[in-house]
Design a protein around this ligand. Structure first.
Ligand code: EPZ
Length: 427
């Protein structure tokens, strides 16, 4: 397991292209299970999670070809296995998304319960409840969800909580169900809209994606499609924060600014100057210190939970005191313990962090705990005094396409070292 060393330095400056969104690519790749025709999916980010889902789809019998590093062809004519095993699902919760399509097309599925992760218990009760409403017979035993259905039937489903993958799973189940399905209190995230766009290209009859009520009229079969995955709005926000906290300047390209409005608003409030084009954003950090900004995460279009860690870091070195309230996940503050080791002044009270800005963080060995928190620790290392060693960076490799290369393009001093680096160096 490698480590990263981030060396505190000057302002980050330059231009970078934003990669395709992991959380859009995963459901779009999985919806290839719904048709026997070929899907061509482009702008796929080169990430560990993508490798994992390709391994899972391959095990189910989907034929996959990687045309070049960013385009994948998938064909599910010969799916001969409907079991998603624990060893794959435990490394990537999004594997639960094969449940809906397997049930819809083959009438059966056995998917390991994903289990919790660092940020929370991550239950899937809403996925199961929704599929049962569509007529699936589901039992959960020995760590597996076992589902059967002759043909799913359309239903009106109210989601008790707004769930992104819950909405996506039910959409993919409903498109081949008999009759009409209405998903109420649906997630409105851009990744849900992108999946609906792909399903419509395949011939699905879907209305309302992006609103809190999605109506799906089931069809007999779906065809293939060519689909380009939307840019990763969280990667975009992460690099904007990197430039803002280092006193630098950045232009991010191939992004959809309207998908990060809540983040852009907070960057302006913190004192950054922004210019926004159709598919780019240019940010200039303020001359002096950033201003502390209060944050409250919530489902889209509100401030995204996946950007919470990055703004805790921004507030850690900003002028003033701010509160950061995490309302989506019950345990998404682990990065705070690591930032404190670097000198951040943060008090925790339940789901609220009170952050008092300090002038400078100090380098220290830190440990990544979840995908987005680990990116925040890399950025912290780039503005702290000295060399910060970041351990357990497999979290980063799951969700950020070539983060070192992109940061180095902006002038960052960052390098990957073997896992025993620290021991060898001190020897
Ligand atoms: C998606 O996770 C994303 N993952 C997450 O990104 C993101 O943080 C999250 O949405 C919120 O925006 C993917 O799209 C693959 P939820 P998801 O279902 O769908 C509760 C990343 O690393 N809930 O919207 O799993 C749940 O516990 C990840 O890219 C239930 O109670 O999140 C949470 O409190 C991190 N029962 C809330 O709903 C359920 O059946 C929102 O979860 C489902 C969810």
């Amino acid at each position: 397991m490698d480590k990263l060393i981030a060396t505190g330095g000057g302002p980050l400056r330059g231009e970078i292209r934003i990669s395709g969104a992991k959380n859009a690519a995963l459901p779009v790749m999985i919806c290839s299970l719904l048709t026997s025709e070929t899907m061509t999916i482009s702008n796929i980010p080169h990430l560990h999670d993508i490798t994992t889902i390709m391994e899972l789809l391959g095990q189910l019998g989907v034929k996959l070809q990687v045309d070049d590093k960013l385009t994948i062809e998938a064909n599910a004519t010969e799916v001969n296995n409907v079991v998603a095993p624990y060893h794959l699902v435990k490394t990537m919760r999004a594997s639960i998304l094969v449940l809906g399509p397997l049930l819809a097309r083959f009438g059966k599925a056995e998917v390991s319960l994903p289990g919790g992760c660092a940020i929370g218990s991550r239950p899937v009760n809403l996925h199961i409840k929704g599929l049962q409403a569509l007529g699936a017979k589901i039992t959960v035993d020995r760590g597996y969800i076992r589902a059967r259905a002759n043909r799913l039937r359309g239903a009106r489903i109210f989601m008790d909580l707004i769930s992104v993958t819950g909405t996506e799973n039910l959409m993919m189940a409903a498109v081949l169900a008999e009759g009409t399905t209405v998903i109420e209190n649906a997630a409105r995230e851009p990744e849900v809209i992108d999946l609906a766009r792909c399903l419509k290209t395949m011939g699905a009859d879907i209305h309302g994606a992006g609103s809190d009520e999605i109506t799906i009229h089931g069809v007999q079969r779906l065809g293939g499609a060519a689909h380009r995955v939307i840019p990763d709005r969280i990667e975009a926000g992460t690099f904007l924060v990197a430039a803002a906290i280092s006193g630098g300047e950045i232009k991010i390209k191939d992004v959809k600014p309207q998908q990060i409005e809540a983040v852009l608003d907070k960057l302006r409030e913190a004192g950054a100057s922004l210019e926004v084009g159709d598919d780019w954003v240019h940010l200039r950090a303020p001359r002096g210190r950033l201003k502390a900004v209060n944050i409250r995460t919530a489902p889209y279009p509100a401030f995204p939970t996946d950007m919470q860690a990055q703004f805790v870091l921004l507030n850690s070195i900003a002028d003033g005191t701010a509160t950061v309230v995490e309302t989506v996940f019950e345990n998404r503050f682990m990065h705070i313990h690591e930032l404190r080791r670097m000198g951040a002044n943060i008090q925790l009270d339940g789901n609220t962090a009170v952050v008092q800005g300090v002038r400078k963080l100090q380098a220290a060995p830190v440990m990544a705990t979840d995908l987005r928190a680990s990116a925040c620790l890399v950025l912290a290392g780039l503005i702290a005094d000295g060399e910060t060693l970041i351990d357990r960076i497999y979290h980063i490799d799951r969700g950020y396409h070539c983060i070192e290369e992109k940061l180095s393009q902006l002038g960052a001093v960052i390098r990957r070292v073997p896992r025993n680096y620290l021991e060898r160096k001190s020897a």
